[in-house]
Ligand binder design. Structure first.
Ligand SMILES: [Zn+2]
Length: 408
């Protein structure tokens, strides 16, 4: 099984290249808006949609008109990519089981340094290459790139965007997953609590890191400063830019943290069980969860890392209550948010709320997976007795098949 992964790199374009990149971003936005308007007009007319083929041929036709000369200066593969993205957005908006809305027109932020246009170049016949610390972008040239990590495989596409005060490109590459293991040792449940800490049933604990809290304090400070400044003034602009940069820093810190935690928990266990975070959010989180979804990020990353390693990721079903269940006897308790520890009313075990929740998530996950015949418990072949009792599972072939179905 192959997976498309995205890696972000920093770009340092020359002033001339920067002008080009800004122009291309605006062009991509223009094409998106043009095609979207056409699609909507067509829908009003005969209730059908434009699809990729119609869009591509429309672009081809428009190129010959003088007022659409701006399309000609753009990389044609990137223009086709806009059409592909729009088609995907339209299809998503109408497919069942997805919650995407109908695509919107893109607006530009006229103020310099705050625009967030982007465009995506496609690597046709090796036109995008990395050599001598530059990346060649069609019709732009060799743009200096900061290669903080090596490429893992061939480049598929490159998205170029100005974000948070710097140029970035995100490169998609195809990575081969390790073959799914047919034996997995250990199953671990993970509870994410309202303090946004991850607790594993194997004893793993990760705290919401200090640097994120510090950056957030700084952000509140700057936002307060901004509200004191006269809107539109030079000093206001300056603060606004600092806020924008800080947002960038926070999002990079958050991503980095999520990568580290998800890597660690994937390495430590064979089967990862999480709660469905949507339900979790409804049950107990407040507004900050939506705004600062580092936990959602961790589960997302853990999922693909598990796939890459040939391990199993499982989310337990909706409305499965995990908090307040005794890890020894299964007795249910109603706990208030402030109760971090409790004593079981049935068997008198004193336990941490988070750890017992994680254990109950692991238990539910195990039952789920066995019931769905995805795994089966087996007795380990090596008979030497270790101090820790390892659970061993045999994975049925079914998993690979269902994965393929999902990918198609
Ligand atoms: Zn109990």
């Amino acid at each position: 099984m192959k997976k498309t992964l995205r890696y972000n790199y920093r770009l340092n374009p020359t002033p001339e290249q920067e002008v080009k990149l800004i122009e291309f971003g605006a062009t991509a936005r223009g094409i998106w808006n043009l095609l979207l308007s056409e699609t909507m007009r067509r829908y009003d007319y005969d209730k059908t949609f434009f699809f990729y083929k119609d869009m591509a041929s429309l672009l081809k036709k428009l190129k010959s008109f003088e007022e659409f000369a701006w399309i000609k200066t753009f990389d044609s593969a990137a223009a086709q990519q806009v059409a592909r993205d729009l088609e995907a957005a339209l299809k998503n908006a109408f497919s069942k089981g997805r919650l995407q809305r109908f695509p919107k027109h893109k607006i530009s932020y006229k103020r310099k340094k705050l625009h967030n246009d982007s465009f995506r170049a496609v690597n046709n016949s090796n036109c995008i290459r990395i050599e001598n610390r530059t990346i060649s972008i069609p019709k732009v040239g060799k743009v200096p790139i900061v290669l903080h990590r090596n490429l893992v495989s061939k480049i598929k596409t490159v998205t170029i965007q100005y974000r948070h005060g710097r140029w970035e490109c995100s490169i998609t590459q195809e990575v081969e997953c390790k073959t799914a293991k047919n034996r997995l040792t250990s199953i671990t449940g993970f509870d994410i609590n309202s303090k946004q800490t991850v607790v594993g049933s194997n004893g793993f604990v990760s705290d919401n890191p200090k640097f994120l809290r510090q950056s957030k304090e700084k952000l509140t400070h700057l936002q307060r400063q901004l509200s004191r400044r006269k809107k539109g003034s030079n000093r206001w602009q300056k603060t606004k830019q600092r806020i924008n940069k800080l947002h960038g820093k926070i999002s990079r810190q958050r991503l980095n943290f999520a990568h580290q935690v998800s890597r660690q928990i994937t390495n430590e266990t064979g089967i990862l069980v999480f709660e469905d975070l949507n339900v979790k959010a409804m049950q107990q989180f407040n507004g900050s969860m939506v705004a600062d979804n580092v936990m959602g990020l961790i589960t997302q990353l853990a999922k693909y890392k598990a796939d890459l390693e040939g391990k199993l990721y499982h989310e337990i079903g909706r409305f499965e209550k995990s908090t307040g269940i005794c890890s020894e006897c299964g007795q249910r308790h109603v706990l208030s948010l402030s109760e971090r520890y409790f004593t079981c009313t049935a068997c008198a075990t004193y336990q941490s709320r988070d750890l017992s929740a994680a254990k109950s998530i692991a238990k539910t996950g195990e039952l789920d997976l066995i019931a769905a015949e995805i795994v089966a418990r087996v007795i380990p072949t090596s008979q030497h007795k270790s101090a820790i009792k390892m659970k061993v599972f045999e994975v049925s072939k079914l998993v690979e098949g269902s994965e393929k179905k999902e990918a198609a």
